[in-house]
Structure formats: C-alpha cells, structure tokens
Ligand binder design. Structure first.
Ligand code: B4P
Length: 194
C-alpha cells in the first residue's frame, strides 16, 4: 500500500490535484472536506454541527473527523493506497492517523505540501465562491480566519512528517498540469525505491 497526504493551506489545490492523482494511481481519495460536505447535504446531525463551524472558518472537532477516517479505512481494505486530502489538519489527527494505519499494518509514505502565497489563495477561493455556493469561500474575514487556523493548528502536521523524513514541498503556483507533473515525479521516484 502507498499512502499519501496532500498538504497545503485552504485553496492551495489539494482537491484539484487529488482528482488527477486518483485517476492516475487508483488511490482511494479521502477528503474530510468532501465527507463533511456530504454530511451537510444529507442534513445529518454531524453535518449540522459541522456546518456551523465550517461557515465560520473553524475546524470540526478532531474526534468527528478521526471517526470518519476510521470508518473509511475499514470500508476499503483492498485499495492500492489512500490519498488523504485535507486530513490530518491537527497534530492530534496526525497521531491518530499514524495509529490507525499501524493497526492496519501500513503507514504514511509521503506528505507533499503545496506552497501558495496568501493573496493567491484568497483570489482563488473568492473566484470559487462564485460557482461553489460555499459560504466559507465567500467572506474575506472567514478566508483570513481559515488561513490563521492553518498556520496555528495545521502547519505542525507537516513538521511531524518532516521529522520522520517523509515530507517534501513544491510550489503550488503555476498551471495545474505543471504542478501535477511535479507531484507525479515525486510519487514515481518514491514508489521506485519503495
Ligand atoms: P476543505 O474541503 O479541505 O477545503 P479547501 O482547503 O478549501 O480545499 P483545497 O485546498 O482542496 O482547494 P481546491 O483544490 O479546491 O476544507 C473545508 C473546511 O472543512 C475546513 O475549513 C474545515 O472547517 C473543515 N475540515 C475539513 N477537513 C477537516 C479536518 N481534517 N479537521 C477539521 N476540520 C476539517 O482549490 C481551490 C481553488 O483554486 C479551486 O477553485 C481551483 O479551481 C483553484 N486552483 C487549484 N489549482 C490551481 C492552480 N494551479 N492555479 C489556479 N487556480 C487553481
């Protein structure tokens, strides 16, 4: 199994690149943002709780997203690997993920971080807001809050995998194809030595 974390601030292109990666490598895509938006669309109690936090740019409680990932790992035991998108987003989530994967006799192989300046992130998300209907993309103060939360709570996740010698970062500005090419060359090199 080859398990990858696609890491970066909100709007850095994790979802965009994930779609291309799953079609090339057959990863099972686990996006906690998409899973939460699915709960919201189905109007579940978890979704209602999540929506009030997401609309304000805050993170959903660790236990909620860890539970969703645990369910997914148990539902798809035979995939060639998982692509984690938007997860882990806190150190507690990273530790829980490592433990969950270890209990399935596997681990994270690589974290690839996308670097994008704040102004570009804000521009992208405001553009997406025009078509996505996402409340968390529409308001600049919410976008800034999401970036603050990323710096404070999420960046330590990259440090965690860096300390394990399992992280690499690339520029997330450029064409979608160029960025995809950089990501695939990292995966192909690492898989060749895996
Ligand atoms: P997510 O759904 O993870 O949303 P995101 O960070 O905005 O998305 P992403 O980086 O994937 O951006 P995309 O490719 O779409 O999270 C939303 C919320 O859910 C969080 O704020 C939080 O409340 C909650 N949540 C999720 N996971 C959680 C967790 N683990 N714990 C707690 N809470 C959690 O790209 C953005 C835009 O840029 C797109 O419109 C795209 O077209 C454009 N774009 C992409 N690449 C580009 C490029 N190279 N050039 C120009 N534009 C590009």
């Amino acid at each position: 199994m080859y398990n990858l974390i696609l890491f970066g601030p909100p709007g850095s292109g994790k979802g965009t690149q994930s779609e291309k990666l799953i079609s090339q490598y057959g990863f099972k895509h686990l996006s906690t943002g998409d899973l939460l938006r699915g709960e919201i669309a189905r109007k579940t109690s978890l979704g209602l709780e999540a929506k009030s936090l997401m609309d304000k740019g805050q993170l959903v409680p660790d236990a909620v997203v860890i539970g969703m990932i645990q369910n997914a790992l148990e539902t798809y035991p035979d995939v060639p690997g998982f692509l984690f998108d938007g997860f882990p987003r806190t150190s507690a989530q990273a530790k829980a993920l490592d433990q969950l994967l270890a209990s399935h006799n596997t681990s994270i192989n690589m974290l690839i971080a996308l670097h994008v300046p704040d102004d570009e992130l804000i521009t992208r998300m405001q553009k997406r807001a025009k078509t996505s209907g996402r409340i968390d993309d529409a308001d600049e103060s919410v976008l800034r809050k999401r970036l603050d939360v990323y710096r404070r709570d999420t960046m330590p996740v990259a440090a965690h995998y860096h300390a394990l010698g399992k992280s690499l970062s690339i520029e997330g500005v450029g064409t979608i194809e160029d960025i995809f090419g950089q990501i695939t060359s990292i995966i192909d090199q690492k898989q060749a030595t895996h």
